[in-house]
Unconditional design. Structure first.
Length: 54
């Protein structure tokens, strides 16, 4: 099993989860090596995929 590996674990790892069905949108990832935070994530909403309230 991967969690039983003797290999070193990742440190400072960031996981991004995207939208799921029925909310089909996307996430914009920006990488800037000059920014101390390095990664920036922004949810991007696709207007045509918004389900109207019932």
């Amino acid at each position: 099993m991967p969690w039983e590996s003797s290999e070193p674990r990742l440190t400072n790892f960031t996981r991004v989860e995207t939208f799921g069905n029925p909310n089909t949108h996307w996430v914009k990832a920006t990488i800037d090596k000059n920014d101390p935070n390095v990664f920036k994530f922004e949810p991007m909403i696709v207007e045509k995929n918004i389900i109207p309230a019932q």
